[in-house]
Design a protein around this ligand. Structure first.
Ligand SMILES: Cc1ncc(COP(=O)(O)O)c(C=O)c1O
Length: 440
């Protein structure tokens, strides 16, 4: 541990989404990262079962990314994002959009998933207004959805703890029901069979509010932060159809599903359903430098590209939109994905991952197992009166044994770097098995 940390002077930093007092009493400090492993302050190797926070898809310490970032920072540290440009961000946008289905042709740059979501919601509102359909101001999210922590994101999001303390949030937002149906789908392998009809909940909201007031619907193709909730077979197709019928834009929040998590470049490819916009972050730079993006359809972009050409078309952007160092990291990350065949690799190893995960059926307190691509969820029965306690205990014990997992409620969520090998999968699941048998 550094001298500073050793003095336990940890007070000044208010940690995000963390039990500050508990952490500071017993810190878990990471000081190094390479490949599949972190090193902690005690010198222990910790295997990364979560790709950091679903972001380090190319694995840690990729020399190509490190080199590209160092080179860029020496060459040009920053360029103004407004009314000026630099080549790398144009190249990055071209390469990302080339990876997507045709028609998803334009990328706006942000610095995080939260900013991407708020940007997409704003584009949706401005798009309808630009078309003379400005009464479409209602935004629809989904229960149990997570779309980051901006006011837009928490408003369309569906996690009560993220919403209840922040007042009225955005007005005119509503939610369709979530797709978690454990009574019918528990222990499904991959995409669950039951629940496509839950998409029809959007028709209920159309009947209630009228389509002419609804701008957009935003969903995660696969929800991560509420414990991995998968779309039932046919659900996304049905949602797309209802949106088309009523002129509602469909936004996929691909902040965690983008860049190989499902073994395809994006969830839109995996499910064969094309949204009007999709949000990106995390894997875009493999978590190395903060960056996000919103990719939108040609129709949306073209709608803005009218009027006098000296006019700014969209009054929105960030000082660091398309930051040159982030753009360099993004380009090098895309090189890693391509040259090392990481998406194909994820797809090839996914069946082994699925078998390893489902081998936990029957272990103490396991009430559901869910997986898709390189995502896994182990849902534990909650201790009566103590929700989250059992999974958090598992998290602490796994960490002690050198495995980083992530928990949300009483669900263990796993999302390793795409460079994972079978021996790593064995280590992760055998440690979890041991821990499940050790804890109450
Ligand atoms: C689907 C989804 N959207 C948005 C976000 C927010 O991203 P960020 O934390 O980069 O703001 C996350 C983060 O986990 C996410 O999973």
């Amino acid at each position: 541990m550094s001298d500073f940390a050793a003095t336990n002077n940890l007070d000044a930093f208010w940690m995000p989404y963390t039990a500050n007092r508990q952490f500071k009493a017993n810190p878990r400090m990471l000081v190094g990262a390479k490949g599949m492993y972190y090193t902690n302050a005690e010198g222990q190797q910790i295997i990364d079962g979560t790709a950091g926070l679903w972001c380090c898809n190319a694995g840690h310490g990729q020399p190509r990314i490190t080199e590209a970032v160092s080179k860029q920072i020496a060459e040009m540290d920053y360029a103004p994002a407004f009314q000026m440009g630099h080549p790398k961000v144009f190249e990055l946008a071209a390469r990302v959009t080339a990876m997507l289905p045709s028609g998803l042709d334009h990328m706006f740059c942000t610095n995080s998933g939260s900013e991407s979501v708020d940007t997409a919601l704003k584009i949706a509102l401005a798009y309808h207004r630009a078309r003379g359909d400005g009464a479409r101001t209602r935004l629809i999210g989904r229960e149990r959805g997570y779309h980051g922590t901006g006011f837009g994101g928490i408003s369309v999001g569906g996690i009560v703890a993220n919403r209840r303390t922040f007042g009225t949030m955005l007005a005119g937002v509503d939610h369709i029901s979530h797709t978690h149906l454990p009574e019918k789908n528990a222990f499904s392998r991959g995409v669950p069979e039951h629940g496509a009809e839950l998409a029809d909940d959007l028709e209920r909201l159309v009947a209630l509010h009228d389509a002419s007031t609804i701008a957009a619907v935003i969903v995660e193709p696969v929800a991560g932060s509420t414990g991995v909730i998968l779309p039932p077979k046919g659900y996304l197709e049905r949602l797309r159809k209802i949106c088309d019928t009523h002129g509602i834009l469909l936004i996929f929040d691909e902040v965690i599903t983008g860049f190989g998590r499902l073994g395809s470049a994006f969830a839109t490819d995996f499910f064969g359903v094309k949204p009007d916009m999709l949000t990106l972050a995390k894997g875009l730079t493999s978590g190395t430098i903060p960056m996000g993006g919103v990719v939108c359809s040609k129709d949306i972009y073209d709608t803005f590209m009218t009027g006098p050409d000296n006019m700014i078309e969209l009054f929105h952007g960030y000082t660091y939109s398309g930051h040159p160092v982030a753009a360099a990291a993004g380009l090098a990350t895309l090189d890693c994905y391509k040259e090392d065949g990481l998406f194909e690799r994820a797809q090839a190893i996914a069946p082994y991952w699925e078998d390893a995960l489902h081998s936990l059926k029957g272990e103490p307190n396991v009430i559901d197992l869910r997986n898709l691509g390189l995502i896994g969820a182990i849902e534990l029965e909650s201790i009566p009166g103590k929700p989250t306690a059992r999974a958090f205990e598992a998290f602490l014990k796994c960490y002690e044994k050198g495995v980083l997992i992530r928990t949300t409620g009483d669900i263990i969520a796993l999302s390793p770097p795409l460079i994972i090998e079978k021996s790593h999968i064995d280590q992760i699941f055998e440690t979890i098995r041991t821990v499940l048998n050790e804890i109450d």
